[in-house]
Design a protein around this ligand. Structure first.
Ligand code: H79
Length: 482
């Protein structure tokens, strides 16, 4: 990747797009001969192919847990309910850090039962859980020895993170760590580096962060992934070297660990994708509360990616009033999961537990709904990938080897589901996942009608197509002579 070229010219043009570094999907690939030399760019081209990455990918469905002090006020401060994201309340209500951290005195989740949480995740069918070890507020769910703002100094006292890691792992669920680099509780954090003093303070902050990360990797060595957030500030963009260093440090400590692209900034402060257009980290993590367009954005299959979503419009931490914004129905949540897998990505569904350690009723019901669907149809999700077939209006395709799954969300009045196959592909058989065959009729060159099941499933359902990809198969269709 290190090629010498017109570095000065490239630098000038890069500075001009520097302002757009936040646009996470600006990732034009430069022709190889025009690539610039980078010390802190992508470490690799293309997808990671090792077993740990394959496991990450095969898991496909995950849950996010946003849990911190913000669960206590639940979006309300001094009698005023703020409609913004509950985990940002400190910022919306302009609460000084010392006052905010007083909430630690009230942190006592008496209903918390890690085993129950793990069971709920298991029943939902998630294969991994991403836990906020520390969100922007700076409060740590583990007893970090590098700050006083931890669960150890609350009435609860015990290591919440440790309890969770053990309980999830005991259920066979992978644990991923969310970690916010931006830390509102730390006096040395800087949004930008403008003076020598800023630089000295921020270097201290980076050492503190290294220490916390080493602590997490040492105390909880079964962690499979670090998902970094709060990395958009100028201070971090000016220290791209540090983001590359963190990725290397964690990978040296924990072989196989995966790291999201959001951590990284290159030599020029370009984030997610380096100045040559190559993805940094192991998977793209910019799909937050949005998804690629299933018709136009096929390029996302060039790299691994993971999306995450909230159930209300934008609430990650617990907010007491979900009536402020639209709340997705369980079927809508499910559709986003399928959408992600159909495009070769993972989906993480967010939960914001209450301060008492229980989940709100809507989240419990959602977990149950997704779980009962996954029990019946999970075969079209786990270890499945982008099928490469033209999107049809009835739903989404996923694929595993010779099986192509049709996941039907929109049942047509015609009762026929149009399937257009790539050239040379034949549909041999179509069946429901319970084995019951459905009729499939070849209607034109590379086109089939698959019948909907006679009995109304009453929910999004799956038809499994067995296919044959024959090279040079005889073509019985004649081209139009007109
Ligand atoms: O943890 C959840 C959110 O709290 C966190 N990421 C998910 C997983 C998140 N929220 N917002 N963001 C990440 C991006 C925030 C960008 C902004 Fe800004 C911060 C908009 C306004 C303040 C960037 C920095 C743009 C202006 C300043």
């Amino acid at each position: 990747m290190k090629t010498t070229l017109l570095k000065t010219f490239a630098f000038v043009s890069l500075v001009s797009i520097g302002g757009m570094a936040q646009a996470q999907h600006l990732h034009k690939l430069l022709p190889a001969e025009q690539e610039i030399s980078l010390d802190y760019g992508a470490d690799r081209l293309g997808k990671r192919q090792d077993a740990a990455m394959q496991k990450f990918r095969d898991n496909r469905l995950g849950a996010f847990i946003h849990w911190g002090l913000y669960a206590i006020p639940g979006g309300e401060w001094n009698g005023k309910v703020y409609p913004g994201a509950a985990e940002w309340l400190k910022s919306w209500a302009k609460v000084p850090s010392n006052e905010w951290l007083e909430l630690m005195k009230e942190w006592n989740p008496t209903k918390f039962d890690a085993k129950k949480w793990a069971k709920m995740a298991k029943e939902m069918g998630v294969r991994y859980v991403k836990i906020t070890t520390k969100h922007h507020e700076g409060f740590c769910l583990w007893p970090s020895k590098y700050t006083e703002y931890t669960v150890a100094n609350t009435p609860y006292k015990k290591d919440l993170l440790g309890e969770m890691v053990k309980a999830y792992n005991d259920e066979g669920i992978d644990v991923h760590f969310y970690f916010s680099v931006m830390d509102w509780s730390h006096p040395d954090y800087r949004y930008d580096i403008k003076t020598e003093e800023d630089s000295i303070a921020f270097n201290r902050f980076l050492t503190f962060t290294d220490n916390q990360l080493k602590e997490l990797a040492t105390k909880y060595p079964t962690v499979k992934d670090f998902w970094f957030d709060g990395t958009w500030d100028a201070s971090i963009k000016k220290n791209g070297w540090w983001t590359a260093h963190v990725e290397r440090m964690l990978k040296d400590m924990l072989p196989g660990v995966t790291i999201n692209s959001r951590l990284r900034a290159d030599d020029y402060g370009k984030r997610h994708f380096d100045s040559n257009g190559h993805l940094m980290g192991d998977y793209e993590s910019g799909y937050e509360r949005r998804l690629p367009d299933p018709v136009k954005d096929l390029k996302v299959t060039r790299w691994d990616w993971e999306a995450c979503m909230t159930v209300p419009e934008n609430q990650w931490g617990y907010h007491k009033d979900w009536s402020i914004s639209y709340v997705k129905t369980p079927t809508e949540v499910l559709e986003r999961v399928v959408h992600a897998v159909s495009m070769g990505g993972n989906m993480v569904v967010n939960f914001g537990p209450q301060a008492d350690g229980d989940f709100r009723m809507e989240e419990k019901e959602l977990a149950k709904f997704v779980g009962s669907w996954m029990k019946k149809y999970g075969e079209c999700i786990y270890a499945c990938d982008y099928a490469g077939w033209d999107k049809q209006p009835w739903g989404y395709y996923t694929r595993k080897g010779e099986a192509v799954y049709m996941v039907v969300f929109n049942r047509p009045y015609s009762e026929h589901l149009t399937v257009k196959v790539p050239k040379g592909t034949q549909v041999v058989k179509a069946a429901l996942l319970n084995g019951k065959e459905v009729e499939v009729v070849e209607t034109a060159r590379n086109e089939y009608n698959v019948n909907t099941p006679v009995q109304e499933p009453g929910e999004p359902f799956v038809i499994k197509l067995q296919i044959k990809e024959a090279a040079g198969a005889a073509d019985k269709y004649r081209d139009a002579l007109t």
